[in-house]
Design a protein around this ligand. Sequence first.
Ligand SMILES: [Zn+2]
Length: 404
Amino acid sequence: MNQIAERYVKLVLALGRHDADYVDAYYGPPEWKQEAGRASVPLDELGQRGRALLDAIGKVPVPAVELDRLRRTYLERQLSAVGARIRMLTGERLTFDEESKALYDAVAPTLPESHFQSILDQLEKAFPGSGPLAARYDQFRSRFVIPRAKVDGVFKAAIQGCRERTLAHVRLPESEQFTIEYVTDKSWSGYNWYQGNFRSLIQVNTDLPIYVDRAVDLACHEGYPGHHVYNALLEKHLVRDRGWIEFSVYPLFSPQSLIAEGTANYGIEVAFPGPARVAFEKAVVFPAAGLDASQAGEYYRVQGLVDGLAYAGNEAARRYLNGQIDRAAAAAWLQRFALMPKDRAEQRVRFFDQYRSYVINYNLGKDLVRRFVEARAGATASEARRWEEFEKLLSSPRLPSTLQ
Ligand SMILES: [Zn+2]
């Protein structure tokens, strides 16, 4: 297995030469990266290497120990996703659902417009008046923008709160740390670049106004107990303790991303269950942003309704990437059914161009992770029990299709 794992890492690094977004993180031996950087191996040749590795892993006897068994199935499925990405780069056309199955080991449900319309109808009641609902919602939200000069202070306060809550339940390597940077001109709103050695670089995009809910959402998602913690735990438990080198590379277009995004989004609820979120917003985030804390309850009541529109982005992406609608229609769909302002909808379509069916990893990923953790811990589990199952998932090689 270790030999196959090493060849898998080198294959992923070599594929990174053809696809700039592919290698999201790598902290294995530096000479392997240098080696991949020296020569560009043609895609056909990489495809052959991938198939040879799949053959080799098929011949490895299924181990008796559960964690070893998970390792084998995980690597097999990651390799099959590498193969799919190579075929896409050589021109193979997949439908949205075929692509998400091949790359992320999952297919998002197809929801009719009526599903979203019923949520919009409830929101209509929250914002009575004339004109498009999106404009009324936007006007409401404009009262909850973090002033640019306060963004850094608000994020630092949010990260500290998320970190404290995580450390109360999860043991992290002592040297873990992160740096935060503010960037522009990106198709995403936040990004965690894991550097190895338990360090992350967290980037926050300031192209568009940052609403107050993004502080805790991004602090949890990119930091604690999201991507930073997930990567640090994989490095500690799998790469360092066991020598499973395949986890030192993170190919973005692979099943690992559904687990990464799903745990990062569900982690927000784990860190701030039920009323804890609004309490923290009132006590820490709103004051740091200079916003009226007495409005926090109302803001999160509305956000709770808007969260029901989370899958609307999948529908826009599916239609757009399947060629049923053009980019203007995709942006219009997002404005109508996801209640996004025009500039944010256009940013999101740029995200579809760059990351394609990756969009399902956020919402479907979150729901699959929630179902998995709650099935194991029990829906009415104590906070500690929920953290325990959540940490186990963060520290082990699970596949999306085995979460169900
Ligand atoms: Zn993420």
